[in-house]
Design a protein around this ligand. Structure first.
Ligand code: CU
Length: 207
């Protein structure tokens, strides 16, 4: 018994020291190349205070287009659309007037257990060509009992190029019980597809 208590205390301490801030909904990969059409995944890591998850919703941030959702046979997938103020060019030269605003996974063949496992929810989106931008994905888990909202945003906008970003992000994630998942857009090292011409570095950084 005593040993178990000690071990638990040690585990708590080491998670403090390693700066572990979250076991919430997060993006599986927290970095993505700006301008890519990128596979993204929201990771659900636990239920609502011991209650299994039956529905997951994610709000698509502004600036993302061409959103498509991974096919699932174990969840019903719904999308809600949002009209754009200004149409943007899409695939094959046609213009896009509306984009996916929210993705909802519901009515699973079985719920996500309240603890001990995680599950990923994949979708794909064209990311803005803005290296250094941080995109926040607000999400909600609806459980058999209650829900968990990960919809909070930092009070001040965070600069991905600032040297104090780790401290700021860590503070943001500790400040609230429901921090939004996020990704940081990075300057791509190469074009997404091998058949695309490489952009001159200068032009890429000027954008
Ligand atoms: Cu959590």
């Amino acid at each position: 018994m005593r040993k178990i208590l000690l071990l638990t205390a040690a585990a708590g301490l080491s998670s403090l020291i390693s700066g572990q801030v979250s076991a919430h909904n997060t993006m599986t990969s927290m970095y993505a190349p700006a301008g890519y059409v990128q596979d993204l995944e929201l990771r659900v890591t636990h239920g609502c205070k011991g209650s299994p998850v039956n529905e997951v919703r994610v709000k698509i941030p502004e600036g993302l287009t061409r959103i498509t959702v991974d096919n699932r046979r174990d969840w019903k997938v719904e999308t809600k659309m949002r009209k754009l103020d200004k149409p943007v060019p899409g695939d094959g030269g046609n213009m896009i007037n509306e984009v996916v605003d929210e993705i909802i996974w519901k009515d699973p063949t079985s719920s996500i257990p309240a603890g001990g496992v995680f599950e990923g929810f994949k979708f794909r989106a064209a990311l803005p060509k803005e290296p250094g931008k941080i995109l926040y994905f607000r999400s909600i888990n609806v459980c058999e009992q209650g829900d968990d909202k990960y919809i909070d945003l930092p009070k001040e906008s965070l600069d991905a190029n600032a040297s104090d970003l780790p401290e700021k992000l860590s503070a943001f994630m500790r400040a609230t019980p429901g921090p939004s998942a996020f990704i940081i857009l990075e300057k791509p090292e190469r074009p997404q597809y091998p058949w695309e011409p490489a952009e001159p570095m200068k032009a890429a950084s000027a954008k």
